[in-house]
Design a binder for this molecule. Structure first.
Ligand SMILES: *[C@@H]1O[C@H](CO)[C@@H](O)[C@H](O)[C@H]1NC(C)=O
Ligand SMILES: *[C@@H]1O[C@H](CO)[C@@H](O)[C@H](O)[C@H]1NC(C)=O
Ligand SMILES: *[C@@H]1O[C@H](CO)[C@@H](O)[C@H](O)[C@H]1NC(C)=O
Ligand SMILES: *[C@@H]1O[C@H](CO)[C@@H](O)[C@H](O)[C@H]1NC(C)=O
Ligand SMILES: *[C@@H]1O[C@H](CO)[C@@H](O)[C@H](O)[C@H]1NC(C)=O
Ligand SMILES: *[C@@H]1O[C@H](CO)[C@@H](O)[C@H](O)[C@H]1NC(C)=O
Ligand SMILES: *[C@@H]1O[C@H](CO)[C@@H](O)[C@H](O)[C@H]1NC(C)=O
Ligand SMILES: *[C@@H]1O[C@H](CO)[C@@H](O)[C@H](O)[C@H]1NC(C)=O
Ligand SMILES: *[C@@H]1O[C@H](CO)[C@@H](O)[C@H](O)[C@H]1NC(C)=O
Ligand SMILES: *[C@@H]1O[C@H](CO)[C@@H](O)[C@H](O)[C@H]1NC(C)=O
Ligand SMILES: *[C@@H]1O[C@H](CO)[C@@H](O)[C@H](O)[C@H]1NC(C)=O
Length: 505
């Protein structure tokens, strides 16, 4: 049953930003981060500690929004000190090489109520920005999609939104109304050339939208344009056709490479008939991708939506789903529904579902939850929340657009900055933001700044920041970072023990 909540009632759900108190601080760096709080972790999950989760937490209580990597014990691995607000942090292959990719810019990325204006960027394993990718004319690149497309991995699919004047009387709006045009583009990454340019106004009927103008009042001017379609993901199949998710039509569209709509799944005029017992419906969905040799799709079924300031709740729980599509008989059936266990509830925006090996990672978007499931059985192997237990935008807190996974077997982060050291109360604290393969640290000392060679102690890395006793330390110290095989990966500056100041690099 659909349930509308007024803007005032919705605002009342948003409690004061007390969650900020939960931020974690360190001695050796000024980073302040909401930790990944582990709720469940099966003994069999990630036994070799290779998993890395890629996220962009943000919201009122996140004082330093940043592209962020956590390990599966909830420890910080990397948070960019300078990139700021981002969405959609991922690890993608371009031209045979792996890159960290994300959207950066401005806009209300925190709630997904609006679209963002910015650019997509690509970082190498030294965390240096090596490429910008933008949708061009009209508008800037929106936050919702930056998808490097297989098999060539040389082009990217991006979204853009652009308000245009349009007669909206057929849907209860103004004759001189404004329409927020959903645009998708395929961009050649190296040259910036636009290879495909498609806009919703040319193809999707106004009546397909669930964004009811009588409820939202949108469309009165260009900065309050009616957002009837709201494309939030794009995929491409091996024949070159596109698969797009239009949240506000609650419809997934397949487009021919010539732009014609081939079929609709879901929404008011679905071309598919449901088969079997499973619930194949989705509401306000995100992150639609072809899976299993293009016989199935995965979709994050939010279950709720926000239209301007109106919250619409269609389901009691957000879930990731795999649906099997038979494009000959035009039938759809549920393959698997990935239910969360501890934190449950609808998400009103954002979210993702992505397989990794024999697991499926679900990100709950406006609820900053992460679950990892067995791909086949759907069993929860791991669940966590960014920030404190029960953190949710429903309760005033944190959101995270999508969650992706990589592993230390494929991503080797090697920062250009050296390990950072702080000295406090006879202890040495060391961290190395972004270094993925440090196994231990060795403390070296000397009586002069140029003779810091005597080994004091070696300790196993215990998390983002490792504490060592300075007992036995002389006037100057430095710390080296070592890999499990004993290789020295990096060395800190030399520090003066009397006041903790840096003497030399
Ligand atoms: C969060 O919930 C888990 C599972 O109920 C519990 O073990 C843990 O102590 C809680 N953590 C905090 C910080 O409340
Ligand atoms: C963990 O590492 C060991 C030793 O390298 C390897 O044999 C094993 O397959 C790994 N396990 C997983 C689940 O990756
Ligand atoms: C994985 O990390 C946990 C927690 O830090 C640790 O107890 C365990 O020994 C680690 N496992 C391996 C194989 O390093
Ligand atoms: C494209 O990227 C995918 C996923 O990372 C990878 O499996 C594939 O090998 C890449 N193809 C090329 C030609 O680099
Ligand atoms: C990315 O774009 C910005 C702004 O246009 C520019 O300053 C920067 O040099 C670009 N970086 C790369 C690597 O292209
Ligand atoms: C993309 O299409 C829009 C709408 O038709 C048009 O205004 C714009 O100029 C096109 N952009 C490019 C780069 O072709
Ligand atoms: C839009 O909302 C109005 C007011 O709640 C309602 O009367 C009308 O039936 C709705 N229209 C559609 C198409 O749902
Ligand atoms: C656009 O309309 C909204 C809603 O009525 C209003 O709050 C806003 O001030 C208008 N903006 C402009 C530029 O007229
Ligand atoms: C465009 O694609 C549609 C759907 O596949 C097809 O029916 C139509 O013939 C195509 N048009 C052209 C001009 O190729
Ligand atoms: C979430 O909050 C509810 C109500 O306060 C509580 O019963 C539940 O245990 C909490 N969940 C976790 C994971 O802490
Ligand atoms: C030692 O480990 C590091 C980090 O994993 C790796 O880069 C390096 O190649 C390894 N060296 C040897 C000799 O195996």
């Amino acid at each position: 049953m659909r349930n509308y909540i007024s803007a005032a009632a919705f605002a009342a759900l948003l409690s004061p930003p007390v969650l900020a108190l939960y931020e974690r601080n360190y001695h050796s760096t000024s980073l302040a981060i909401q930790p990944l709080n582990i709720l469940e972790r099966a003994a069999s999950y990630d036994p070799n500690n290779t998993t890395l989760f890629l996220v962009c937490p943000q919201g009122e209580v996140v004082s330093q929004p940043a592209p962020t990597i956590y390990d599966s014990h909830g420890e910080l691995v990397w948070a960019s000190p300078n990139i700021g607000l981002c969405d959609d942090l991922n690890y993608q292959t371009y031209n045979g090489q792996g890159y960290l990719t994300m959207w950066v810019g401005s806009g209300n990325g925190a709630t997904g109520l609006q679209t963002g204006s910015g650019t997509a960027i690509m970082l190498n394993s030294n965390y240096e920005i090596v490429q910008n990718v933008s949708a061009v004319n009209p508008g800037l690149t929106d936050l919702h999609e930056f998808h490097i497309v297989q098999p060539e991995n040389r082009t990217a699919l991006v979204t853009a939104f652009n308000p245009i004047p349009l007669d909206l009387t057929s849907v209860g709006g103004l004759a001189n109304g404004w329409y927020l045009n959903s645009i998708i583009q395929e961009v050649d990454i190296a040259t910036g050339r636009i290879l495909f340019n498609w806009t919703s106004v040319d193809h999707i009927a106004l009546a397909e939208s669930y964004n009811n103008i009588s409820v939202t009042g949108e469309g009165t001017n260009s900065s309050f344009a009616w957002d009837p379609v709201h494309i939030n993901s794009i995929d491409k199949d091996r024949e070159g056709n596109y698969l797009i998710s239009a949240r506000n039509c609650q419809t997934i569209y397949k487009l021919d490479k010539n732009g014609t709509i081939i079929w609709r799944l879901g929404g008011k005029t679905s071309d598919f008939k449901a088969q079997g017992e499973g619930d194949t419906q989705f509401h306000w969905q995100h992150h639609v991708r072809w899976r299993e040799d293009e016989t199935q799709i995965s979709v994050f079924d939010d279950g709720a939506g926000v239209l301007d300031t109106t919250v619409v709740i269609d389901e009691t729980v957000a879930t990731g789903k795999y649906l099997e599509l038979d494009q000959t008989t035009m039938t759809v059936s549920l393959v698997q529904r990935y239910f969360p266990t501890l934190n449950t509830g609808p998400s009103f925006a954002e979210g993702s579902i992505e397989p990794y090996g024999n697991t499926v990672i679900v990100g709950y978007g406006s609820n900053p939850w992460v679950t990892a499931h067995d791909l086949d059985s759907g069993d929860v192997l791991f669940s966590a929340v960014i920030g404190p237990n029960n953190s949710s935008l429903w309760l005033g807190g944190i959101s995270n657009y999508r969650v992706f996974q990589t592993s230390t077997l494929e991503f080797v982060g090697h920062p250009t900055q050296p390990p950072a050291v702080a000295i406090s109360d006879g202890d040495v604290y060391v961290s190395w933001n972004g270094a993925t393969h440090v196994s231990s640290y060795t403390l070296l000392t000397g009586s002069t700044a140029s003779t810091v060679t005597k080994k004091v102690t070696s300790v196993v890395k215990t998390g983002f920041e490792t504490k060592m006793s300075m007992l036995g330390g002389d006037a100057f110290i430095s710390v080296t970072a070592l890999a499990a095989n004993g290789t020295t990966l990096g060395k800190s500056a030399v520090y003066r023990t009397s006041d903790g100041s840096i003497v030399s690099r």
